[in-house]
Design a protein around this ligand. Structure first.
Ligand SMILES: Cc1ncc(COP(=O)(O)O)c(C=O)c1O
Length: 366
């Protein structure tokens, strides 16, 4: 939708461009009259949802007439046990997306500064601007967060700094050493938001383990059930921080922000270790297959630790995205990130990965 925003809307809102998600499969089928379409555009879990979550959901639907438990007590206890953190250091959201909004609402007044990178997850800048914040945007360097430059962008007026680790859309990460140096330079009034939506996919030994850092630092860590656990459609994620920081976000949280089915499914998915292992294996195998094939096709890409890969296709990128779509393959076109010449592809099942490569070969040959 491209309708102009009503002129009576707040000034901060009038200038915003709303977030456009990846195209849904059904929409592409309808519009292009295609019988078979695959979606490799939103970094979802190609295996579907956790089977344990699906089984638990079937039991839970009979209670839909009841409001959900506001504090997610069962899930909270499970996550706290798994992560070995105090249950009071957790907050649950309608997707980890909502924790971004809660952090902004809790810590940022209009006119305060927020530091973000570019390109990164678009919601940080969008929501910070909606709060009336002054947003400092720091470019990545060689597709990686430039924490030295971000450090320099922090002023006495900076209330929040967002770091996606790993980053979306690049799939790169900041190391434990880089993060330690960065956190050491951050003043007391600034809260650092570490978005770890893709945490479960990372195997690199120098990737920072951040949980223990919440004790000494104003740090909010977020994780998601949308990716490795396959529950994107239910919308559930959580934040971890020290109690005072959590209390600030709890103060602005709506009472029933996480629905009962999401709570039930997430609690069951946490126990589904077989599904998690299978998902990780699928992503590793898919990544290795795709990168080998891309090398063969001489297509450049950014090495990724996640379930997606950013491709550098040059001036033909948009045409290639359209040509892939006409062959029933939805990938993410990157103009919203101002990353011209790039496409992002989510790692799918092996048949999906093969179909993508075969379609890409045809498009490149055109
Ligand atoms: C970096 C990053 N953070 C957060 C999210 C949102 O995740 P959720 O579905 O938990 O709201 C995404 C989703 O794509 C993401 O890429």
């Amino acid at each position: 939708m491209t309708t102009t925003i009503d002129t009576r809307a707040r000034a901060a809102v009038r200038d915003l461009t709303s977030y456009r998600p990846g195209k849904p499969i059904e929409e592409v089928k309808r519009e292009l009259k295609l019988a078979s379409v695959i979606k490799l555009a939103s970094n979802e879990n190609a295996l579907g949802p956790s089977p344990k979550a699906v089984a638990a959901l079937k039991q839970a639907v009979g209670s839909l007439h009841r409001y959900p438990e506001s504090t997610c007590p069962i899930l909270r206890a499970k996550v706290a046990k798994k992560l070995r953190v105090d249950p009071a250091s957790l907050i649950f959201g309608n997707g980890s997306d909502e924790i971004i909004v809660l952090a902004l609402r809790a810590f940022v007044d209009p006119g305060d500064e927020v530091v973000v990178a570019t390109p990164t997850f678009l919601i940080y800048e969008l929501q910070a601007k909606a709060c009336g914040a002054e947003v400092s945007v720091v470019p990545l360097r060689d597709y990686r967060y430039d924490l030295t430059a971000m450090m320099k962008a922090v002023t006495p007026h900076t209330k929040l700094v967002f770091i996606a680790n790993p980053d979306n859309p690049t799939g790169t990460y900041v190391t434990a050493k880089e993060l330690k140096m960065f956190l050491g330079s951050i003043p007391d009034q600034t809260v650092v938001f570490m978005d770890e939506a893709y945490y479960e996919f990372v195997e690199a030994s120098d990737y920072p383990q951040t949980l223990s850092l919440t004790e000494e630092q104003s740090l909010i860590i977020t994780r998601s059930f949308s990716k490795a656990y396959g529950l994107a459609g239910l919308r559930i994620g959580y934040g971890i921080a020290r109690e005072g920081v959590i209390a600030a976000m709890e103060a602005v949280r709506e009472p029933f922000n996480v629905n009962s089915l999401a709570q039930t499914a997430a609690a069951a998915a946490l126990d589904d270790t077989a599904f998690l292992s299978k998902t990780r294996r699928l992503v590793q195998e898919g990544r290795s297959y795709l990168t080998k094939e891309l090398d063969r096709l001489s297509v450049r890409y950014v090495p990724s630790v996640t379930n997606f890969i950013l491709l550098e296709l040059g001036p033909r990128a948009q045409d290639i995205a359209r040509a892939l779509l006409s062959r029933g393959v939805i990938v993410r076109e990157m103009s919203a990130w101002k990353l011209t010449g790039h496409l992002r592809v989510t790692i799918g099942t092996m048949p999906e990965n093969r179909r993508f490569i075969s379609a890409l070969k045809q498009c490149l040959a055109q």
